[in-house]
Design a protein around this ligand. Structure first.
Ligand code: ADP
Length: 528
């Protein structure tokens, strides 16, 4: 029997209409350094129509890709709505990529127009000679651009919810960057997942620290708009000092960021005493969140720091780590420090090397696979059969799951350390090391070893003025992990290489180690 329910399309246009109608008075606030710029959702929605009209006048049609090379600010949000709602595809470009990779991605996506911040024009200029498909560049700057639009109104077309709304490329640490194409339907449903998982509403003021070129800023801008939360955009002012000033003056209640940025804010506040007491909650993910960061946020700042997991391919929300009902306060960290449980809409399983599902015993390790309406089913114009398994996405993350559904990522499959036939979790060693007061940054990689095939090497950056010896750090780890996990090889370095999205570049680290670039201190093996 056919249902009689309305077949309302799940589109970004529906989200746009809702925010504009129901929350016309909510605000988008852009940091401009010393000052902030305020706009109401109603005005933003009107400017969105002008932008769509301007893009149409440039010849942008259905399915055309429109790139954005931009910081987080009001104008970027306007592109977030104008481009998909006119039926075109928003392609956010990572401004931290090297020019040759940026050119490769723009060419691969076939972007026809690029919207660029005036501050990023030099970057685009470096790339431009290599671009094959770009016909127009729209520069966003301080001037009044409203005259660009022939008309202040634009009739949003009806859009098939399965058509592509936006694209984002993976950072390509293992191969060429691959494009993920998000449908309107996926973005819409993902918004509901964010709403539920982050429990946000119009009483919040949400600071979007995650760049809008990184998995749509975790979907936060669309979700905030849908629920009428004020959006605070830091633009290019991401250094802890300016960010803290922005927080102090605009008083956000909620934010999301990667551990490095949230760690930087913590250090700054502890050293300089900024008042960021308006913040009540901070979602953190993108790489493993050290338990020490979560407890420092709670104890020193009074902020609930909540771990979540996801990837470009998963829109990105996949899991969130909140303690289950009945957890006594002193056991909460047992759950908060994990990768979390899958959010409604996402199915998750862990598959061992033989292709069977591992038991949910909190120990058996395998590759995490996920599926759901906002998980990618393929890559844009690229074959990657190895990334899929019977309709599930192979995440490349390795971990275990317990009977309550809590997942713990222990590694990425390309970074796992197998020593004497047993796994050692680099993620666990790193997050523990980050809890040592002298350690600013740490990465553990597998290096060849005659006896054990592979052993962990710990590369550590010490905090300014701090000292620690390899022996001290190993004893610090000593009581917390199995003895045979303890690294013999230690290297103290000034910095660790990072990818364009700020994650450990372990491929490069392994290459640097192989070239003898790391000053390695070797301790005697700990007795097993
Ligand atoms: P890339 O895959 O290019 O690094 P993504 O932003 O898509 O860029 O990164 C997704 C990956 O980040 C995940 O597959 C996982 O390895 C890591 N990650 C994200 N959140 C967490 C988390 N909470 N704990 C551990 N790893 C995480």
């Amino acid at each position: 029997m056919n249902s009689t329910m309305m077949d309302s399309p799940l589109t970004i246009t529906a989200l746009l209409r809702r925010g504009a109608r129901v929350f016309a008075g909510s605000e988008v606030i852009t940091c401009e350094g010393e000052a902030s710029r305020h706009a109401r959702f109603g005005d933003v929605a009107e400017r969105t129509q002008r932008l769509a009209a301007a893009l149409q006048a440039l010849g942008v049609k259905q399915d055309d890709r429109v790139g954005t090379l931009s910081w987080n600010h009001q104008e970027h949000l306007e592109a977030y709505f104008a481009v998909p709602c006119m039926g075109a595809v928003l392609h956010t470009l990572n401004l931290r990529l090297p020019p040759h990779q940026l050119a490769q991605i723009i060419n691969h996506a076939g972007d026809r127009v690029i919207i660029v911040d005036d501050s990023l024009v030099p970057l685009l200029a470096a790339v431009k000679p290599h671009l094959r498909t770009v016909e127009h560049v729209v520069v966003v700057g301080a001037g009044d651009a409203s005259a660009l639009a022939a008309s202040p109104s634009f009739d949003w077309p009806d859009i098939d919810e399965r058509s592509t709304a936006a694209m984002c490329y993976t950072t390509g640490t293992t191969g060429d960057p691959k494009g993920v194409a998000y449908s309107h339907r996926a973005v819409y449903l993902h918004c509901f997942a964010i709403w539920g998982a982050f429990r946000i509403d119009d009483t919040e003021r949400i600071l979007t620290i995650v760049p809008m070129f990184h998995v749509n800023a975790w979907g936060i801008p669309y979700a905030a708009w849908m629920v009428g939360a004020d959006l605070l955009m830091p633009s290019r002012f991401l250094q802890p000092q300016v960010l803290c000033n922005f927080i102090q003056s605009e008083r956000p209640t909620f934010t999301g960021g990667v551990p490095t940025i949230l760690g930087g804010v913590l250090q700054y506040v502890l050293a300089n005493g900024s008042d960021i007491s308006s913040l009540k909650r901070a979602v953190c993910g993108g790489s493993a969140v050290p338990a020490s960061l979560i407890t420092a946020y709670r104890d020193k700042l009074g902020i609930e720091c909540i771990q979540a997991w996801g990837m470009t391919e998963t829109s990105p929300i996949g899991t969130i780590a909140l303690p289950p009902k009945g957890t006594p306060a002193d056991r909460e960290m047992d759950y908060r420090s994990t990768t979390g449980r899958s959010v409604p809409g996402v199915e998750l399983r862990i598959i061992d090397e033989d292709g069977s599902e591992v038991p949910a015993d909190g120990e058996s390790v395998g590759e995490i696979e996920v599926r759901g309406p906002w998980i990618t089913a393929s890559y844009y114009n690229a074959e990657a059969p190895e990334k899929f398994h019977d309709g599930w996405l192979r995440t490349g993350d390795v971990g275990h799951i317990d009977a309550k559904g809590f997942v713990q990522i222990t590694d990425r499959s390309k970074d796992v350390i197998k020593s004497g036939g047993e796994w050692i979790s680099s993620v666990e060693l790193e997050t523990l090391l980050l809890g040592h007061p002298a350690v600013a940054d740490a990465a553990v990689i597998g290096v060849p070893d005659e006896k054990w095939q592979e052993r962990p090497l710990a590369a550590v950056v010490l905090k300014e003025g701090a000292t620690a010896t390899p022996d001290e750090l190993r004893s610090f780890l000593g009581s917390k992990v199995a003895r045979w996990w303890l690294p013999e090889r230690w290297a103290f370095v000034d910095e660790l290489p990072k990818t364009s999205v700020g994650k450990q570049d372990k491929k490069l680290m392994r290459a640097l180690y192989a070239e003898g670039k790391y000053p390695v201190v070797e301790l005697a093996a700990a007795p097993r």
